[in-house]
Design a protein around this ligand. Structure first.
Ligand SMILES: [Zn+2]
Length: 318
């Protein structure tokens, strides 16, 4: 199945978006400051300067870290398969990390969900020869201007080359490089486009941003995420994981069953505490002051999301 996206449509959308942004600038300079110098631009800039490392896992599968979300790589006779694309600015570093694994071209790219730190590199990878596969909602969000309130940013429609050419709704299987890759939609979790990717032969499970190993997660309510959806996805991950399975999170170190179980308890425990305080009529600031995630703040609150950010994401959904 091929997408038939007219480049003209994309350009018109971008122009409309640009002129809307100009209008906003005249009315609210601080808002446009957030748009141009907020988290999204900062993340893109810092990714270009980041170090990208390649870690060998099992059965010829490696993971690249440092260029946005964790990128799984399976080289082979059908060309490399990548799970997620990282930031476009990290292209030179991703290219050399891929070359350190093998010399073959990238032929297949699967996006775990639509977020920019996992799809920003779609366009260059497509131009280098990769066919892109994702959940239908990833294509929907990349094809349209999409607002993420949690990042104070509206993403313009992606260029046609970045849009997945093939999508699925529930489950999908890919046979590539002599192995079977099983894809499954979570339902709304971190966004409404999250899928898991199981390398069945190597028994490696890439769970995208349903799992942040060692960092509080971001939950994107703007595109269908919620704390309850995150917990449901984590329960699904735990129902699938075995003692020997290797788990690749969207962010953080490669993990296993025990780390997934710890993360489930963290999500469930924080949700229960925040919900109880909210039910008592406490305000958001009072709940933050009560430190419902105190036990994990020192370790988990120093990454992309502070304890307050995380409590905010839980608070919205209870
Ligand atoms: Zn994400």
């Amino acid at each position: 199945m091929t997408t038939k996206l007219d480049a003209g449509i994309s350009r018109r959308c971008f122009l409309a978006y640009a002129s809307a942004a100009t209008t906003v600038a005249l009315l609210a300079p601080r808002k446009i400051f957030a748009q141009s110098d907020g988290l999204v631009q900062t993340a893109r800039k810092s990714a270009a300067a980041a170090t990208v490392t390649a870690q060998k896992l099992r059965g010829n599968v490696s993971v690249l870290m440092g260029a946005g979300g964790n990128i799984a790589v399976l080289p082979g006779r059908d060309g490399k398969l990548l799970i997620d694309a990282g930031f476009a600015g990290a292209r030179p570093k991703i290219t050399s990390a891929l070359a350190s694994i093998s010399s073959g071209p990238v032929k297949h790219l699967i996006n775990t969900h639509w977020h920019f730190d996992h799809t920003d590199g779609n366009e260059w990878l497509h131009s280098a020869g990769a066919a892109i596969l994702a959940h239908a909602n990833t294509r929907k969000h990349l094809s349209n201007a999409t607002r993420v309130e949690g990042w104070s940013f509206t993403f313009p429609p992606s260029p046609p080359g970045a849009i997945p050419g093939e999508v699925f709704d529930d489950e999908w299987t890919v046979e590539v490089n002599g192995t079977t890759i099983a894809l499954k939609y979570y339902g709304p979790a971190h966004t409404d486009s999250d899928i898991s990717v199981h390398f069945t032969n190597a028994d490696i499970f890439h769970v995208g941003d349903t799992f942040w190993n060692g960092y509080y997660p971001f939950i994107d309510y703007s595109t269908g995420g919620s704390i309850d959806g995150m917990i449901r996805a984590t329960e699904a991950n735990l129902a699938k994981v075995t003692d020997t399975m290797i788990v690749i999170p969207g962010h953080g170190a490669v993990g296993d069953k025990s780390q997934l179980a710890f993360y489930r308890d963290l999500l469930v425990g924080t949700r229960e505490k925040v919900a109880a305080l909210k039910k008592q009529g406490k305000s958001f600031d009072e709940i933050v002051a009560a430190k419902p995630s105190a036990a994990t703040d020192a370790k988990w609150g120093n990454g992309f999301r502070s304890p307050k950010d995380f409590i905010g994401d839980v608070f919205q959904g209870v």
